[in-house]
Design a protein around this ligand. Structure first.
Ligand SMILES: NC(=O)c1ccc[n+]([C@@H]2O[C@H](COP(=O)([O-])OP(=O)(O)OC[C@H]3O[C@@H](n4cnc5c(N)ncnc54)[C@H](O)[C@@H]3O)[C@@H](O)[C@H]2O)c1
Length: 288
């Protein structure tokens, strides 16, 4: 029988990074609806505070906190403060992430650093800072990392982002194995959350977009997201439901995940040349 999400998560504490917008905000609202106390953490405290205020206005319990996931020492003190103020964490969602676009050789060095520091090291710091106390609590708990269908794909002009998501996917797979080595009576569920395309602000223009190709690509992706992206609340409900069942693979759009995984498997099996997926061809007309 499928486990009900409110039964799995209700009464527990959720810590969600990047909760000031998009999927993090949606998951924060959904977790609160399921009866969780939510720590909504973001580098933009004002956005996190708005999300926490909305949750409180709807009868939930939420606390906004500021953290930059890319900074190891900030994540350490954030985790210590969360534990001191609110007690054991049942659900940690390492969600904060940024999109970077442009030819690999045109992306400024500091944007490369930010992309890898937030998207990869932010997830690692989340696990490093929170998991020891979660293990020590002895209670059933969940660690969810935001991968992407891009974690299985190939895509030009989004190289740094795609690379970061391959890394998160690999990290999460190995983390699940490591947790499996622990001798425990209660499970620690490790989840790879794989959004397909969900309507958020991730493709809003940034000052780091360099060159016509970057600007055109971000515009094309933003328009594709507006036209074809999944509704945020529906996506977050699916994510929470699948996590409640202790699944490792957590997909907003399972058929899209399946397509990316099958293509990856075929590419590896054939040791094929990297190739642009046919349906993506039109999106890169501007880069030729
Ligand atoms: N939206 C999608 O279709 C999609 C698809 C695949 C994967 N994802 C992943 O989902 C996650 C959330 O993406 P989103 O679309 O909701 O993005 P978003 O841009 O709408 O929201 C991201 C939030 O993270 C915060 N953030 C950025 N840097 C941070 C930092 N250093 N420390 C703390 N917070 C920080 C931002 O302030 C923002 O509030 C990301 O990891 C993204 O890669 C999204």
């Amino acid at each position: 029988m499928e486990r009900d999400a409110a039964e799995a998560f209700g009464g527990g504490l959720a810590v969600i990074t990047g909760a000031g917008a998009g999927i993090g905000a949606g998951l924060a609202r959904r977790a609160a609806t399921l009866g969780m106390t939510v720590v909504a953490a973001d580098i933009a405290l004002d956005r996190a505070a708005d999300v926490a205020a909305l949750i409180e206005a709807q009868g939930g319990v939420a606390h906004a906190m500021k953290v930059d996931v890319a900074r190891a020492e900030e994540m350490d003190s954030f985790a210590a403060e969360v534990h001191r103020r609110f007690g054991p964490v049942r659900l940690l969602i390492n969600n904060a992430g940024i999109e970077t676009v442009g030819f690999a050789w045109e992306i400024p060095a500091d944007r490369w650093d930010a992309t890898l520091d937030i998207n990869i090291h932010g997830v690692v710091h989340g696990v490093r800072a929170f998991l020891p106390r979660m293990i020590a609590s002895g209670e059933e708990c969940w660690v969810a990392n935001l991968s992407s269908v891009g974690g299985f794909g190939q895509m030009p002009i989004q190289t740094s982002y795609i690379m970061s998501k391959h890394a998160v996917q690999a990290f999460t797979e190995c983390l699940a194995l490591e947790v499996g080595l622990l001798d425990r009576d209660t499970p620690i569920h490790v989840c790879s959350v794989i959004p397909g395309m969900v309507r958020t602000r991730i493709f809003e223009a940034t000052e780091a977009d360099r060159g016509d190709v970057a600007v055109a690509h971000r515009t094309a992706m933003r328009e594709a997201m507006a036209a074809n992206g999944m509704d945020l609340d529906k996506a977050c409900e699916r994510i929470m439901d699948q996590m409640a069942q202790g699944k490792f693979w957590v997909s907003t759009q399972p058929r899209m995940t399946q397509m990316f995984v099958e293509r990856r498997a075929a590419f590896l099996n054939a040791q094929a040349e990297p190739a642009l997926a046919p349906e993506l061809e039109p999106m890169f007309a501007h880069a030729r």
